[in-house]
Design a protein around this ligand. Structure first.
Ligand code: ATP
Ligand code: MG
Length: 574
Protein backbone atom coordinates (compact mmCIF):
# COMPACT_ATOMS: atom_id res chain seq x y z
CA UNK A 1 0.00 0.00 0.00
CA UNK A 2 1.16 3.49 -0.68
CA UNK A 3 -0.65 5.80 1.68
CA UNK A 4 -0.50 9.33 0.42
CA UNK A 5 1.95 10.99 2.74
CA UNK A 6 3.84 14.28 2.71
CA UNK A 7 7.02 12.67 1.40
CA UNK A 8 5.31 11.81 -1.88
CA UNK A 9 3.75 15.24 -2.24
CA UNK A 10 6.72 17.08 -3.69
CA UNK A 11 6.73 14.71 -6.63
CA UNK A 12 2.97 14.99 -7.06
CA UNK A 13 3.17 18.79 -7.07
CA UNK A 14 5.06 18.81 -10.34
CA UNK A 15 2.37 16.83 -12.14
CA UNK A 16 0.43 18.68 -14.83
CA UNK A 17 -1.66 21.55 -13.51
CA UNK A 18 -5.18 22.04 -14.87
CA UNK A 19 -5.54 24.38 -17.84
CA UNK A 20 -5.66 28.00 -16.68
CA UNK A 21 -9.06 29.64 -16.59
CA UNK A 22 -9.25 33.06 -18.03
CA UNK A 23 -10.10 35.98 -15.78
CA UNK A 24 -9.82 39.76 -15.93
CA UNK A 25 -6.34 39.85 -14.39
CA UNK A 26 -5.05 37.27 -16.82
CA UNK A 27 -6.61 39.34 -19.62
CA UNK A 28 -4.68 42.40 -18.42
CA UNK A 29 -1.44 40.43 -18.39
CA UNK A 30 -2.11 39.06 -21.87
CA UNK A 31 -2.83 42.57 -23.13
CA UNK A 32 0.28 44.03 -21.47
CA UNK A 33 2.37 41.35 -23.13
CA UNK A 34 0.79 42.15 -26.49
CA UNK A 35 1.65 45.84 -26.23
CA UNK A 36 5.05 45.01 -24.73
CA UNK A 37 4.26 47.16 -21.72
CA UNK A 38 6.96 45.83 -19.42
CA UNK A 39 9.33 44.65 -22.10
CA UNK A 40 7.48 41.35 -22.31
CA UNK A 41 8.06 40.55 -18.63
CA UNK A 42 5.72 39.27 -15.97
CA UNK A 43 6.91 39.71 -12.41
CA UNK A 44 4.54 39.16 -9.49
CA UNK A 45 4.98 38.82 -5.75
CA UNK A 46 3.20 37.35 -2.78
CA UNK A 47 3.53 39.89 0.04
CA UNK A 48 2.35 38.54 3.41
CA UNK A 49 2.75 40.51 6.58
CA UNK A 50 4.40 38.11 9.05
CA UNK A 51 1.84 38.76 11.75
CA UNK A 52 0.01 35.45 11.65
CA UNK A 53 -0.25 32.13 9.82
CA UNK A 54 -1.42 31.93 6.23
CA UNK A 55 -5.04 30.94 5.63
CA UNK A 56 -7.15 29.73 2.73
CA UNK A 57 -7.60 33.30 1.50
CA UNK A 58 -3.86 33.58 1.14
CA UNK A 59 -3.87 30.34 -0.85
CA UNK A 60 -6.02 32.12 -3.41
CA UNK A 61 -3.54 35.02 -3.61
CA UNK A 62 -0.57 32.64 -3.78
CA UNK A 63 -2.08 30.53 -6.57
CA UNK A 64 -2.98 33.67 -8.49
CA UNK A 65 0.44 35.30 -8.23
CA UNK A 66 2.53 32.20 -8.82
CA UNK A 67 0.09 30.78 -11.36
CA UNK A 68 0.05 33.87 -13.56
CA UNK A 69 3.81 34.29 -13.59
CA UNK A 70 4.38 30.61 -14.30
CA UNK A 71 1.93 30.62 -17.18
CA UNK A 72 3.70 33.49 -18.92
CA UNK A 73 7.29 32.56 -18.18
CA UNK A 74 7.56 35.13 -15.41
CA UNK A 75 8.77 35.04 -11.83
CA UNK A 76 7.18 35.43 -8.44
CA UNK A 77 8.88 36.83 -5.36
CA UNK A 78 8.05 36.02 -1.79
CA UNK A 79 8.18 39.28 0.11
CA UNK A 80 7.56 39.80 3.78
CA UNK A 81 5.81 43.08 4.31
CA UNK A 82 7.39 43.60 7.70
CA UNK A 83 6.87 47.26 8.49
CA UNK A 84 5.06 46.80 11.79
CA UNK A 85 7.57 45.59 14.41
CA UNK A 86 4.95 45.29 17.13
CA UNK A 87 3.01 42.47 15.55
CA UNK A 88 5.60 40.56 13.58
CA UNK A 89 7.58 37.53 14.59
CA UNK A 90 10.07 35.05 13.19
CA UNK A 91 7.68 32.19 13.98
CA UNK A 92 5.28 33.64 11.42
CA UNK A 93 8.01 34.08 8.82
CA UNK A 94 8.98 30.41 9.23
CA UNK A 95 5.40 29.20 9.00
CA UNK A 96 4.76 31.25 5.86
CA UNK A 97 7.82 29.80 4.13
CA UNK A 98 6.69 26.29 5.04
CA UNK A 99 3.14 26.87 3.86
CA UNK A 100 3.93 28.43 0.48
CA UNK A 101 6.34 25.54 -0.23
CA UNK A 102 3.74 23.00 0.83
CA UNK A 103 1.23 24.52 -1.58
CA UNK A 104 3.77 23.65 -4.26
CA UNK A 105 5.32 26.98 -5.19
CA UNK A 106 8.93 28.05 -5.48
CA UNK A 107 10.32 31.60 -5.29
CA UNK A 108 13.85 30.25 -5.93
CA UNK A 109 16.31 32.81 -4.56
CA UNK A 110 13.83 35.66 -4.52
CA UNK A 111 12.81 35.95 -0.90
CA UNK A 112 12.73 39.57 0.21
CA UNK A 113 11.70 41.70 3.14
CA UNK A 114 10.31 45.22 3.06
CA UNK A 115 12.74 45.83 5.91
CA UNK A 116 15.57 45.22 3.42
CA UNK A 117 14.45 48.49 1.86
CA UNK A 118 14.31 50.69 4.95
CA UNK A 119 17.43 52.64 3.93
CA UNK A 120 16.11 53.21 0.43
CA UNK A 121 12.68 54.18 1.71
CA UNK A 122 14.27 56.66 4.06
CA UNK A 123 16.27 58.17 1.20
CA UNK A 124 13.10 58.44 -0.87
CA UNK A 125 11.31 60.18 1.97
CA UNK A 126 14.15 62.70 2.11
CA UNK A 127 13.86 63.13 -1.66
CA UNK A 128 10.15 63.96 -1.29
CA UNK A 129 10.87 66.43 1.53
CA UNK A 130 13.43 68.17 -0.68
CA UNK A 131 10.86 68.40 -3.46
CA UNK A 132 8.46 69.96 -0.93
CA UNK A 133 6.20 66.90 -1.30
CA UNK A 134 6.41 65.78 2.32
CA UNK A 135 6.48 67.46 5.72
CA UNK A 136 6.90 66.68 9.38
CA UNK A 137 3.68 67.12 11.29
CA UNK A 138 3.41 67.61 15.05
CA UNK A 139 -0.26 66.72 15.20
CA UNK A 140 -1.10 63.57 17.12
CA UNK A 141 -2.71 60.61 15.36
CA UNK A 142 -6.00 61.63 16.94
CA UNK A 143 -5.70 65.20 15.68
CA UNK A 144 -4.80 64.01 12.21
CA UNK A 145 -7.88 61.84 12.17
CA UNK A 146 -10.06 64.70 13.34
CA UNK A 147 -8.81 67.12 10.69
CA UNK A 148 -9.03 64.59 7.89
CA UNK A 149 -12.58 65.56 6.94
CA UNK A 150 -15.23 63.12 5.73
CA UNK A 151 -16.50 61.79 2.44
CA UNK A 152 -18.59 64.95 2.07
CA UNK A 153 -16.31 67.52 3.73
CA UNK A 154 -12.73 68.39 2.87
CA UNK A 155 -10.02 68.04 5.49
CA UNK A 156 -8.11 70.91 7.05
CA UNK A 157 -4.50 71.72 6.41
CA UNK A 158 -2.23 71.02 9.34
CA UNK A 159 -0.71 74.16 10.91
CA UNK A 160 2.67 72.46 10.29
CA UNK A 161 2.08 71.96 6.57
CA UNK A 162 4.12 74.96 5.53
CA UNK A 163 7.35 74.22 7.31
CA UNK A 164 10.43 74.98 5.26
CA UNK A 165 12.26 72.19 3.52
CA UNK A 166 15.25 72.78 5.84
CA UNK A 167 13.16 72.49 8.98
CA UNK A 168 11.49 69.34 7.66
CA UNK A 169 14.83 67.76 6.78
CA UNK A 170 16.16 68.58 10.23
CA UNK A 171 13.11 67.27 12.07
CA UNK A 172 12.89 64.07 10.00
CA UNK A 173 16.55 63.39 10.67
CA UNK A 174 15.99 63.91 14.37
CA UNK A 175 12.96 61.62 14.27
CA UNK A 176 15.23 58.95 12.88
CA UNK A 177 17.85 59.58 15.54
CA UNK A 178 15.30 58.91 18.24
CA UNK A 179 15.00 62.38 19.71
CA UNK A 180 11.20 62.28 19.93
CA UNK A 181 8.79 60.01 21.74
CA UNK A 182 6.34 57.65 20.06
CA UNK A 183 3.49 59.37 18.33
CA UNK A 184 4.81 62.90 18.78
CA UNK A 185 5.48 63.51 15.09
CA UNK A 186 4.85 61.95 11.70
CA UNK A 187 6.05 62.48 8.19
CA UNK A 188 3.16 63.19 5.83
CA UNK A 189 2.93 63.44 2.08
CA UNK A 190 1.88 66.88 0.90
CA UNK A 191 -0.90 66.13 -1.56
CA UNK A 192 -4.37 67.62 -1.16
CA UNK A 193 -6.49 67.89 1.96
CA UNK A 194 -9.54 68.49 -0.22
CA UNK A 195 -9.11 65.39 -2.39
CA UNK A 196 -12.31 63.39 -2.77
CA UNK A 197 -10.14 60.34 -1.97
CA UNK A 198 -9.35 60.32 1.75
CA UNK A 199 -6.17 58.38 1.12
CA UNK A 200 -4.81 61.39 -0.76
CA UNK A 201 -5.36 63.81 2.12
CA UNK A 202 -1.75 64.16 3.21
CA UNK A 203 -1.35 60.49 4.22
CA UNK A 204 1.16 59.58 6.90
CA UNK A 205 4.34 58.05 5.46
CA UNK A 206 6.37 57.49 8.63
CA UNK A 207 5.61 57.17 12.31
CA UNK A 208 7.82 57.12 15.36
CA UNK A 209 7.87 53.77 17.09
CA UNK A 210 10.59 52.86 19.52
CA UNK A 211 10.24 49.13 19.08
CA UNK A 212 12.63 46.32 18.25
CA UNK A 213 12.14 44.87 14.79
CA UNK A 214 12.47 41.11 14.25
CA UNK A 215 15.13 41.74 11.60
CA UNK A 216 16.53 45.25 11.94
CA UNK A 217 16.66 45.16 15.73
CA UNK A 218 16.98 48.67 17.17
CA UNK A 219 18.41 50.30 14.08
CA UNK A 220 15.17 52.13 13.40
CA UNK A 221 12.72 53.96 15.60
CA UNK A 222 10.70 55.32 12.69
CA UNK A 223 8.81 52.93 10.43
CA UNK A 224 7.16 53.49 7.05
CA UNK A 225 3.45 52.84 6.73
CA UNK A 226 2.07 50.28 4.32
CA UNK A 227 1.29 52.89 1.65
CA UNK A 228 4.81 54.20 1.63
CA UNK A 229 6.40 50.77 1.67
CA UNK A 230 4.35 48.49 -0.52
CA UNK A 231 4.42 50.25 -3.88
CA UNK A 232 8.06 51.21 -3.46
CA UNK A 233 8.99 47.62 -2.63
CA UNK A 234 7.10 46.49 -5.74
CA UNK A 235 8.97 49.04 -7.76
CA UNK A 236 12.37 48.02 -6.38
CA UNK A 237 11.62 44.42 -7.33
CA UNK A 238 10.36 45.53 -10.75
CA UNK A 239 7.01 43.93 -10.07
CA UNK A 240 4.93 44.37 -13.21
CA UNK A 241 1.55 43.29 -11.84
CA UNK A 242 1.01 44.00 -8.15
CA UNK A 243 -2.08 42.00 -7.37
CA UNK A 244 -3.92 42.73 -4.14
CA UNK A 245 -7.39 42.54 -2.66
CA UNK A 246 -10.22 44.98 -3.34
CA UNK A 247 -9.92 46.97 -0.12
CA UNK A 248 -6.80 48.55 -1.63
CA UNK A 249 -8.64 49.94 -4.64
CA UNK A 250 -8.90 53.39 -3.01
CA UNK A 251 -5.19 53.29 -2.25
CA UNK A 252 -4.24 52.92 -5.91
CA UNK A 253 -4.07 56.70 -6.64
CA UNK A 254 -1.64 57.03 -3.74
CA UNK A 255 0.32 53.98 -4.89
CA UNK A 256 0.70 55.69 -8.27
CA UNK A 257 1.39 59.12 -6.78
CA UNK A 258 4.48 57.95 -4.89
CA UNK A 259 5.78 56.12 -7.93
CA UNK A 260 5.30 59.19 -10.13
CA UNK A 261 6.81 61.63 -7.66
CA UNK A 262 9.84 59.43 -7.20
CA UNK A 263 10.13 58.58 -10.88
CA UNK A 264 10.67 54.89 -10.18
CA UNK A 265 9.64 51.63 -11.90
CA UNK A 266 5.92 51.85 -12.67
CA UNK A 267 4.51 48.76 -11.00
CA UNK A 268 0.82 48.39 -11.68
CA UNK A 269 -1.65 47.60 -8.90
CA UNK A 270 -4.63 45.41 -9.77
CA UNK A 271 -7.29 44.47 -7.22
CA UNK A 272 -9.34 41.28 -6.97
CA UNK A 273 -11.97 39.89 -4.60
CA UNK A 274 -10.97 38.36 -1.27
CA UNK A 275 -11.89 34.77 -0.69
CA UNK A 276 -14.71 34.36 1.80
CA UNK A 277 -15.91 30.87 2.71
CA UNK A 278 -19.13 29.91 4.43
CA UNK A 279 -18.80 28.75 8.08
CA UNK A 280 -15.26 30.12 8.05
CA UNK A 281 -13.43 33.26 9.16
CA UNK A 282 -10.48 34.38 7.09
CA UNK A 283 -8.93 37.19 9.07
CA UNK A 284 -5.58 36.84 10.74
CA UNK A 285 -6.68 39.08 13.57
CA UNK A 286 -9.64 36.86 14.40
CA UNK A 287 -7.69 33.65 13.91
CA UNK A 288 -5.10 35.00 16.34
CA UNK A 289 -7.88 35.65 18.82
CA UNK A 290 -9.10 32.04 18.46
CA UNK A 291 -5.59 30.85 19.27
CA UNK A 292 -4.94 33.29 22.11
CA UNK A 293 -8.27 32.67 23.80
CA UNK A 294 -7.88 28.92 23.55
CA UNK A 295 -10.92 28.25 21.37
CA UNK A 296 -8.64 25.98 19.33
CA UNK A 297 -5.41 24.16 20.16
CA UNK A 298 -3.20 26.40 18.07
CA UNK A 299 -2.66 27.81 14.61
CA UNK A 300 -2.48 24.28 13.21
CA UNK A 301 -5.59 22.96 14.91
CA UNK A 302 -7.28 20.92 12.16
CA UNK A 303 -10.42 23.04 12.54
CA UNK A 304 -8.53 26.20 11.63
CA UNK A 305 -8.73 27.52 8.05
CA UNK A 306 -4.99 28.12 8.16
CA UNK A 307 -2.81 26.25 5.69
CA UNK A 308 -1.08 24.55 8.61
CA UNK A 309 -4.49 23.61 10.01
CA UNK A 310 -5.88 22.13 6.82
CA UNK A 311 -2.58 20.36 6.19
CA UNK A 312 -2.82 18.69 9.58
CA UNK A 313 -6.44 17.91 8.82
CA UNK A 314 -5.34 16.03 5.69
CA UNK A 315 -6.06 18.47 2.87
CA UNK A 316 -3.81 18.11 -0.16
CA UNK A 317 -2.07 21.00 -1.89
CA UNK A 318 -3.44 19.67 -5.19
CA UNK A 319 -7.02 20.01 -3.97
CA UNK A 320 -6.39 23.56 -2.79
CA UNK A 321 -4.79 24.54 -6.07
CA UNK A 322 -7.64 23.03 -8.08
CA UNK A 323 -10.14 24.84 -5.90
CA UNK A 324 -8.35 28.19 -6.25
CA UNK A 325 -8.08 27.71 -9.97
CA UNK A 326 -11.74 26.94 -10.28
CA UNK A 327 -13.09 29.87 -8.22
CA UNK A 328 -11.17 32.36 -10.36
CA UNK A 329 -11.10 36.06 -9.51
CA UNK A 330 -13.55 38.88 -9.89
CA UNK A 331 -14.16 42.50 -8.95
CA UNK A 332 -16.92 41.88 -6.42
CA UNK A 333 -16.62 40.25 -3.03
CA UNK A 334 -18.84 37.25 -2.51
CA UNK A 335 -18.85 34.06 -0.55
CA UNK A 336 -17.91 30.57 -1.67
CA UNK A 337 -19.55 27.47 -0.23
CA UNK A 338 -17.28 25.48 2.03
CA UNK A 339 -18.89 22.43 0.41
CA UNK A 340 -17.23 23.37 -2.85
CA UNK A 341 -13.78 23.28 -1.30
CA UNK A 342 -14.61 19.91 0.25
CA UNK A 343 -15.76 18.69 -3.15
CA UNK A 344 -12.33 19.39 -4.64
CA UNK A 345 -10.74 17.68 -1.70
CA UNK A 346 -12.80 14.51 -2.13
CA UNK A 347 -12.19 14.52 -5.84
CA UNK A 348 -8.45 14.46 -5.27
CA UNK A 349 -8.43 12.03 -2.35
CA UNK A 350 -10.79 9.64 -4.08
CA UNK A 351 -8.30 9.09 -6.90
CA UNK A 352 -5.30 8.60 -4.69
CA UNK A 353 -5.82 7.35 -1.19
CA UNK A 354 -6.03 3.72 -0.16
CA UNK A 355 -9.21 2.31 1.33
CA UNK A 356 -9.16 0.56 4.66
CA UNK A 357 -11.74 -0.66 7.14
CA UNK A 358 -12.12 1.11 10.46
CA UNK A 359 -14.90 0.91 13.01
CA UNK A 360 -15.37 4.13 14.93
CA UNK A 361 -18.11 3.09 17.38
CA UNK A 362 -17.59 -0.62 17.83
CA UNK A 363 -20.28 -3.22 18.52
CA UNK A 364 -19.38 -6.92 18.70
CA UNK A 365 -20.67 -9.19 15.98
CA UNK A 366 -20.32 -12.91 16.77
CA UNK A 367 -20.67 -15.46 13.95
CA UNK A 368 -21.95 -18.49 15.86
CA UNK A 369 -21.36 -21.08 13.13
CA UNK A 370 -17.85 -19.86 12.21
CA UNK A 371 -15.17 -22.22 13.55
CA UNK A 372 -13.67 -21.00 16.79
CA UNK A 373 -9.97 -20.09 16.37
CA UNK A 374 -10.13 -19.99 12.57
CA UNK A 375 -8.64 -16.96 10.80
CA UNK A 376 -8.97 -16.33 7.07
CA UNK A 377 -6.94 -13.75 5.19
CA UNK A 378 -9.42 -12.03 2.91
CA UNK A 379 -8.34 -10.14 -0.21
CA UNK A 380 -9.26 -6.47 -0.12
CA UNK A 381 -8.90 -3.92 -2.91
CA UNK A 382 -6.74 -0.95 -2.00
CA UNK A 383 -8.25 1.53 -4.39
CA UNK A 384 -11.02 0.75 -6.87
CA UNK A 385 -10.07 4.00 -8.70
CA UNK A 386 -6.51 2.87 -9.17
CA UNK A 387 -5.80 -0.74 -10.16
CA UNK A 388 -2.07 -0.22 -9.63
CA UNK A 389 -2.72 0.21 -5.90
CA UNK A 390 -3.20 -3.58 -5.69
CA UNK A 391 -4.76 -5.60 -2.90
CA UNK A 392 -4.03 -6.47 0.70
CA UNK A 393 -5.01 -9.17 3.18
CA UNK A 394 -7.48 -8.48 5.97
CA UNK A 395 -7.95 -11.09 8.72
CA UNK A 396 -11.47 -12.44 9.23
CA UNK A 397 -12.53 -14.38 12.31
CA UNK A 398 -15.47 -15.42 14.43
CA UNK A 399 -15.75 -12.23 16.47
CA UNK A 400 -15.78 -8.94 14.61
CA UNK A 401 -16.51 -5.32 15.36
CA UNK A 402 -19.12 -3.54 13.36
CA UNK A 403 -20.33 0.04 13.55
CA UNK A 404 -22.94 0.51 16.29
CA UNK A 405 -24.96 2.53 13.77
CA UNK A 406 -25.10 -0.42 11.39
CA UNK A 407 -27.39 -2.35 13.73
CA UNK A 408 -31.00 -1.63 14.72
CA UNK A 409 -33.02 -4.06 16.76
CA UNK A 410 -36.17 -2.51 15.36
CA UNK A 411 -35.22 -1.20 11.93
CA UNK A 412 -36.93 1.97 10.77
CA UNK A 413 -38.19 2.13 7.16
CA UNK A 414 -35.34 2.45 4.66
CA UNK A 415 -32.89 0.90 7.11
CA UNK A 416 -31.30 -1.99 5.23
CA UNK A 417 -28.36 -2.73 7.44
CA UNK A 418 -28.21 -5.33 10.20
CA UNK A 419 -31.33 -6.20 12.15
CA UNK A 420 -32.76 -9.51 13.40
CA UNK A 421 -33.50 -11.90 10.52
CA UNK A 422 -31.83 -9.68 7.91
CA UNK A 423 -29.00 -10.91 5.67
CA UNK A 424 -26.20 -8.48 4.77
CA UNK A 425 -22.76 -8.66 3.20
CA UNK A 426 -19.62 -8.18 5.23
CA UNK A 427 -17.24 -6.39 2.89
CA UNK A 428 -14.65 -8.84 1.47
CA UNK A 429 -16.10 -11.40 3.90
CA UNK A 430 -19.33 -13.38 3.81
CA UNK A 431 -23.07 -12.97 3.85
CA UNK A 432 -24.30 -13.08 7.43
CA UNK A 433 -27.81 -13.25 8.86
CA UNK A 434 -28.56 -11.77 12.26
CA UNK A 435 -30.08 -14.30 14.66
CA UNK A 436 -30.24 -12.68 18.09
CA UNK A 437 -28.68 -10.12 20.41
CA UNK A 438 -27.17 -10.01 23.88
CA UNK A 439 -28.04 -7.05 26.10
CA UNK A 440 -26.47 -5.68 29.25
CA UNK A 441 -28.28 -4.88 32.51
CA UNK A 442 -29.42 -1.53 31.06
CA UNK A 443 -31.00 -3.21 28.09
CA UNK A 444 -28.34 -1.96 25.73
CA UNK A 445 -27.26 -4.30 22.94
CA UNK A 446 -23.66 -5.39 23.57
CA UNK A 447 -23.38 -8.27 21.12
CA UNK A 448 -25.07 -9.10 17.88
CA UNK A 449 -25.12 -12.78 16.92
CA UNK A 450 -25.40 -14.12 13.42
CA UNK A 451 -24.68 -17.09 11.17
CA UNK A 452 -22.68 -16.97 7.98
CA UNK A 453 -23.07 -18.75 4.65
CA UNK A 454 -19.71 -20.40 3.84
CA UNK A 455 -20.65 -20.42 0.15
CA UNK A 456 -20.47 -16.61 0.00
CA UNK A 457 -16.76 -16.20 0.64
CA UNK A 458 -15.46 -12.90 -0.75
CA UNK A 459 -18.93 -11.41 -0.55
CA UNK A 460 -20.84 -13.01 -3.43
CA UNK A 461 -23.57 -15.64 -3.37
CA UNK A 462 -23.18 -18.39 -6.01
CA UNK A 463 -26.96 -18.60 -6.33
CA UNK A 464 -27.03 -14.90 -7.27
CA UNK A 465 -29.13 -13.81 -4.32
CA UNK A 466 -28.76 -10.17 -3.40
CA UNK A 467 -28.47 -8.27 -0.15
CA UNK A 468 -29.27 -4.62 0.29
CA UNK A 469 -26.22 -3.52 2.18
CA UNK A 470 -22.54 -4.08 2.66
CA UNK A 471 -21.03 -3.52 6.08
CA UNK A 472 -17.43 -2.81 7.04
CA UNK A 473 -15.87 -4.56 10.01
CA UNK A 474 -12.66 -5.33 11.88
CA UNK A 475 -11.64 -8.65 13.39
CA UNK A 476 -11.76 -8.24 17.18
CA UNK A 477 -8.67 -10.33 17.85
CA UNK A 478 -6.61 -8.48 15.26
CA UNK A 479 -7.94 -4.92 15.37
CA UNK A 480 -5.74 -2.11 16.55
CA UNK A 481 -7.03 0.71 18.70
CA UNK A 482 -6.91 4.32 17.67
CA UNK A 483 -8.09 7.70 18.72
CA UNK A 484 -10.12 9.42 16.02
CA UNK A 485 -10.83 13.13 16.06
CA UNK A 486 -13.96 14.00 14.18
CA UNK A 487 -14.37 17.62 13.19
CA UNK A 488 -17.36 19.69 12.31
CA UNK A 489 -17.52 23.32 11.15
CA UNK A 490 -15.88 25.69 13.60
CA UNK A 491 -18.82 28.06 13.29
CA UNK A 492 -22.54 27.43 13.45
CA UNK A 493 -23.50 30.18 11.04
CA UNK A 494 -22.79 30.46 7.35
CA UNK A 495 -21.59 33.95 8.07
CA UNK A 496 -19.75 33.80 11.41
CA UNK A 497 -19.79 37.59 11.57
CA UNK A 498 -23.58 37.63 11.62
CA UNK A 499 -24.28 38.32 15.30
CA UNK A 500 -27.03 39.89 17.31
CA UNK A 501 -26.36 43.20 18.98
CA UNK A 502 -24.27 42.97 22.09
CA UNK A 503 -22.67 39.67 21.13
CA UNK A 504 -19.49 39.05 19.22
CA UNK A 505 -18.51 36.54 16.57
CA UNK A 506 -17.14 34.09 19.12
CA UNK A 507 -20.76 33.45 20.14
CA UNK A 508 -21.11 31.70 16.77
CA UNK A 509 -18.46 29.11 17.59
CA UNK A 510 -19.73 25.55 17.27
CA UNK A 511 -19.38 23.89 20.70
CA UNK A 512 -19.36 20.50 18.97
CA UNK A 513 -16.68 21.20 16.39
CA UNK A 514 -14.50 18.43 17.83
CA UNK A 515 -15.55 14.96 18.90
CA UNK A 516 -12.87 12.65 20.19
CA UNK A 517 -13.45 8.92 19.76
CA UNK A 518 -10.98 7.01 21.89
CA UNK A 519 -11.56 3.36 21.08
CA UNK A 520 -11.93 3.05 17.35
CA UNK A 521 -10.97 -0.38 15.95
CA UNK A 522 -8.88 -0.50 12.79
CA UNK A 523 -7.79 -3.28 10.49
CA UNK A 524 -4.23 -4.33 11.36
CA UNK A 525 -2.69 -3.07 8.10
CA UNK A 526 -2.83 0.38 9.69
CA UNK A 527 -0.38 -0.68 12.34
CA UNK A 528 2.52 1.27 10.87
CA UNK A 529 0.56 4.24 9.52
CA UNK A 530 2.87 7.24 9.54
CA UNK A 531 2.08 10.79 10.52
CA UNK A 532 0.46 12.60 7.62
CA UNK A 533 -0.62 9.43 5.79
CA UNK A 534 -4.13 9.59 4.36
CA UNK A 535 -6.76 6.88 4.00
CA UNK A 536 -10.35 6.42 3.14
CA UNK A 537 -12.11 4.59 5.94
CA UNK A 538 -14.67 2.71 3.91
CA UNK A 539 -18.16 4.17 4.15
CA UNK A 540 -17.00 6.82 6.64
CA UNK A 541 -14.79 9.37 4.98
CA UNK A 542 -11.21 10.43 4.52
CA UNK A 543 -8.88 10.36 7.48
CA UNK A 544 -5.23 11.12 8.08
CA UNK A 545 -2.72 10.31 10.74
CA UNK A 546 -2.17 13.16 13.19
CA UNK A 547 1.36 14.11 14.31
CA UNK A 548 0.25 13.38 17.90
CA UNK A 549 0.55 9.69 16.95
CA UNK A 550 3.08 7.72 18.97
CA UNK A 551 4.19 4.12 18.59
CA UNK A 552 1.24 1.98 19.65
CA UNK A 553 -1.03 5.01 20.03
CA UNK A 554 -2.46 5.99 16.68
CA UNK A 555 -4.33 9.26 16.33
CA UNK A 556 -6.41 10.04 13.25
CA UNK A 557 -8.10 13.20 12.05
CA UNK A 558 -11.21 13.03 9.98
CA UNK A 559 -10.40 15.14 6.95
CA UNK A 560 -13.85 15.12 5.41
CA UNK A 561 -16.84 12.74 5.38
CA UNK A 562 -17.71 10.93 2.16
CA UNK A 563 -20.98 12.59 1.31
CA UNK A 564 -20.50 15.24 -1.34
CA UNK A 565 -23.36 17.72 -1.18
CA UNK A 566 -21.67 20.00 -3.68
CA UNK A 567 -21.42 17.36 -6.41
CA UNK A 568 -25.13 16.65 -5.91
CA UNK A 569 -26.04 20.31 -6.28
CA UNK A 570 -23.89 20.57 -9.40
CA UNK A 571 -25.61 17.58 -10.93
CA UNK A 572 -29.01 19.05 -10.19
CA UNK A 573 -28.01 22.40 -11.70
CA UNK A 574 -26.66 20.76 -14.86
P1 ATP B 1 -6.01 39.34 6.97
O1 ATP B 1 -7.11 40.26 6.52
O2 ATP B 1 -6.40 37.92 7.12
O3 ATP B 1 -5.27 39.84 8.15
P2 ATP B 1 -4.12 40.49 5.25
O4 ATP B 1 -4.64 40.98 3.96
O5 ATP B 1 -3.85 41.50 6.30
O6 ATP B 1 -5.03 39.31 5.75
P3 ATP B 1 -1.50 39.97 4.31
O7 ATP B 1 -0.45 39.20 4.99
O8 ATP B 1 -1.33 41.43 4.17
O9 ATP B 1 -2.84 39.65 5.08
O10 ATP B 1 -1.86 39.31 2.92
C1 ATP B 1 -0.92 38.93 1.96
C2 ATP B 1 -1.61 38.86 0.64
O11 ATP B 1 -2.68 37.93 0.68
C3 ATP B 1 -2.19 40.19 0.25
O12 ATP B 1 -1.89 40.44 -1.11
C4 ATP B 1 -3.65 40.03 0.49
O13 ATP B 1 -4.38 40.86 -0.37
C5 ATP B 1 -3.86 38.54 0.22
N1 ATP B 1 -5.02 38.05 0.96
C6 ATP B 1 -5.24 38.13 2.30
N2 ATP B 1 -6.44 37.62 2.62
C7 ATP B 1 -7.00 37.20 1.46
C8 ATP B 1 -8.26 36.59 1.13
N3 ATP B 1 -9.18 36.30 2.04
N4 ATP B 1 -8.48 36.29 -0.18
C9 ATP B 1 -7.56 36.56 -1.10
N5 ATP B 1 -6.38 37.14 -0.85
C10 ATP B 1 -6.09 37.46 0.40
MG1 MG C 1 -2.61 43.19 5.13
Amino acid sequence: MNPLNPATEAAAATSAAPAPQSNFIRDIVVHDLEINKFGGKVQTRFPPEPNGYLHLGHAKAICLNFGLAAEFGGKTNLRFDDTNPEKEEQEYVDSIIRDVRWLGFDWEDRMFYASDYFDQLYAWAVQLIKADKAYVDDLSAEEIRKTRGTLTEPGQNSPYRHRSVEENLDLFERMRKGEFPNGSRTLRAKIDMASPNLNMRDPVMYRILHAEHHRTGNKWCIYPLYDFAHGQSDSLEKVTHSICTLEFEDHRPLYNWFIEQLGIFPSQQIEFDRLNLTYTLLSKRKLLQLVNEGHVRGWDDPRMPTLSGVRRRGYTPEALRNFCNSIGVSKTNGSIELAMLEHFLREDLNKRVPRVMAVLRPLKLVIDNYPEGQVEEMDAINNPEDASAGTRKVPFSRVLYIERDDFREIPPKQFYRISPGREVRLRYGYFVTCTNVVKDANGEVVEVHCTYDPATRGGNAPDGRKVKSTIHWASAAHAINAEVRVYDNLFLKEDPNDVEEGRDWTSNLNPNSLEVIRDAKLEPSLDKAASGARYQFERLGYFCVDPDTKPGALVFNRTVPLKDTWAKLEKRAA
